[in-house]
Design a protein around this ligand. Structure first.
Ligand code: AN0
Ligand code: CP
Length: 317
């Protein structure tokens, strides 16, 4: 595997989940693979889970791991060609990327949508420059339009907790005070559309996601209706995608918060969220603390999704 940016990169999805569950049973079985190999993780944005779980995954595989926070300690990077660099940016990404690539064997990149220019975000300008200029296998640790390590961990978690062959999985928008990217819902939809689940997306009008990710999924604008009979409720906020509102907050409607009353509409569903989550905006204390909340096992599986991807990349070196 040379790149990991979306569900297609995993090939046969059932085989990938099976491999992940095997790795989970004995996560040190492949320690020899990473001997004398270096993983570089580059962060343009903050992280708790991705930083720790991906580093742990690399260590499980016997790799050395290095972490660079671009905005804390590294030079500020210019990302556009042709700019006269007389401002606060000391280095161009076109030098920085091959230099970073020369010190490692595999690179993970976190570079969120900036909400300044929709085309730049949806063309994955930063991630794609790493793929093009680093000379090394590159995986997304949440880029502008996707968070495939999260969605893979989500699928592994659903596989572990499902009680029927084809569970109903409902992804619901929920309110949040700040504009958040569409990366997490895009990737979750990308994966659920390929998985053997009954997938429904619910959000207020105006929050439609890119059809490239929604594909054939059912979209229901009435949250209560969507939640009926759900086996898994996957909550997430995102800012508007469609023009002319790209990156804007259109609603903070608290009637979309996932509460005990909302969960009562479901088939005793499990509650999921990628974290970090704002309590009593996205989800009530009661729901996230309930026995049906699987947010911690979900986060725990981030180590496993990362390890599966990095293992495949090591095997391709
Ligand atoms: C980010 C997002 O919504 O994309 C990261 C989630 C994994 N969340 C925040 O910035 C709060
Ligand atoms: N879910 C997730 O990616 O969390 P972090 O932003 O803390 O890495």
């Amino acid at each position: 595997m040379r790149t990991y940016t979306n569900v297609k990169d995993l090939g046969d999805l059932n085989a990938a989940v099976k491999e992940a569950l095997e790795i989970k049973k004995n996560r040190y079985a492949y320690k020899h693979l990473g001997e004398n190999k270096t993983l570089l993780m580059v962060f343009f944005n903050s992280s708790l889970r991705t930083r720790l779980s991906t580093q742990k995954a690399g260590m499980n595989l016997g790799m050395n791991t290095m972490v660079l926070d671009i905005n804390q300690g590294a030079w500020k990077l210019e990302t556009e060609r042709g700019v006269i660099m007389d401002g606060d940016k000391s280095e161009h990404i076109l030098e920085a990327i091959p230099v970073m690539g020369s010190y490692c064997d595999i690179i993970g990149v976190r570079a969120f949508a900036q909400f300044e220019n929709k085309e730049d975000d949806y063309q994955e300008k930063i991630l794609n420059q790493f793929i093009k200029y680093s000379g090394k296998p590159v995986f997304s640790m949440e880029a502008a339009t996707g968070h495939p390590l999260q969605a893979f961990a989500d699928l592994i978690t659903i596989e572990e907790y499902k009680k029927s062959a084809r569970p109903k999985v409902v992804m619901t928008w929920a309110p949040h005070p700040k504009a958040l990217p569409q990366a997490v819902p895009n990737s979750f939809a990308d994966f659920m559309n390929e998985a053997d689940v009954d997938f429904v997306i619910t959000h207020p009008e105006g929050y439609d996601l890119d059809t490239k990710f929604v594909r054939g999924a059912r979209v229901e604008y009435n949250q209560d209706k969507a939640l009926e009979g759900a086996d898994f409720v996957y909550a997430k906020n995102w800012a508007a995608y469609t023009d002319p509102n790209y990156g804007k907050i259109l609603s903070k409607d608290m009637s979309w918060t996932v509460t005990t009353q909302k969960m009562a509409l479901t088939n005793n569903a499990y509650f999921m969220h990628c974290l970090p989550v704002r309590r009593n905006m996205i989800v009530s204390d009661d729901v996230i603390e309930s026995p049906q909340s699987i947010v911690i096992p979900e986060a725990t599986n981030r180590e496993i999704s990362a390890q599966t991807v990095i293992k495949r990349m090591l095997e391709s070196l």
